[in-house]
Design a protein around this ligand. Sequence first.
Ligand code: CAA
Length: 259
Amino acid sequence: MAYETILVEIEEGVATITLNRPEVLNALNSQVFIELGEAATQLTADETVRVVIITGGEKVFAAGADIKQMATATAVDVSTSVRPSLKAFNLIENMPKPVIAAIAGYALGGGCELTLTADVRIAADNAQLGLPEIKLGILPGGGGTQRLPRLIGAGKAKELIFSGEFISAEEALRIGLVNKVVPTDQLLIEAKKMAKKFAARGAVAIQMAKTCINEGLQMDLDRGLQYEHKCFSLLFATEDQKEGMKAFIEKRKPNFQGK
Ligand code: CAA
């Protein structure tokens, strides 16, 4: 599929989506959101794809939603145009395979919010993250007020959102906003290394574990534990469970088929 604002490359079961509007620091306009949604749908359906990486390359992840496109918008325009972003972010967050955000340079506003839809965030040591919307007289409208406090707690999320300040990769690691920090020239190598590790595991078990975590975060503990138990039981109907346990007993590596 040909896209105008993103690149999609698939290699050995790992798909890499690269944001591709370098002239505006990968600012996310409505076309980007539409294409991200289309790519998420395409990669969800592609059974050869086991893991997805979202990146902007080694210079910049994304400097936020496109301010020039938003500047003269009315409330009606925004309430309509925000739908592609909500749709794309929900599709990415709920993809039935792991999604890794590989973040270099600025990941601001909608760019930072896009990283929050991923399962794991790896930051380059040149990364700067933040939600500067408050400085534009708005609030983070791409899930920032909802996903960020769920990830790092309300106190830290409020500090970031109220101040609009950027934080370094190291600070993001300290507060749990990113999983690890790597040298910038190693970012994509490390992201692919992690992707290959995930790809070697049982795809059905990963999909169910992701659903348990994402759905469980919306439930109280008792209902979450019941949901987990149902998913756990269902996995005993898969070939991967038989293979995984047989391989352990036979002291060899499992050969999972994702069935
Ligand atoms: N939207 C549109 N264009 C943007 C942009 C954005 N979010 N961020 C950068 N650009 C453009 C600049 O206008 C500039 O274009 P021109 O050359 O045509 O002037 C080009 O990208 C390069 O940017 P700068 O010259 O500003 O680069 P810099 O290195 O001096 O500064 C920066 C970098 C600190 C990231 C600065 O560009 C900046 O502050 N950008 C805006 C960050 C921001 O406020 N993001 C939040 C957007 S609102 C949002 O995301 C809403 C939401 O919740 C969904």
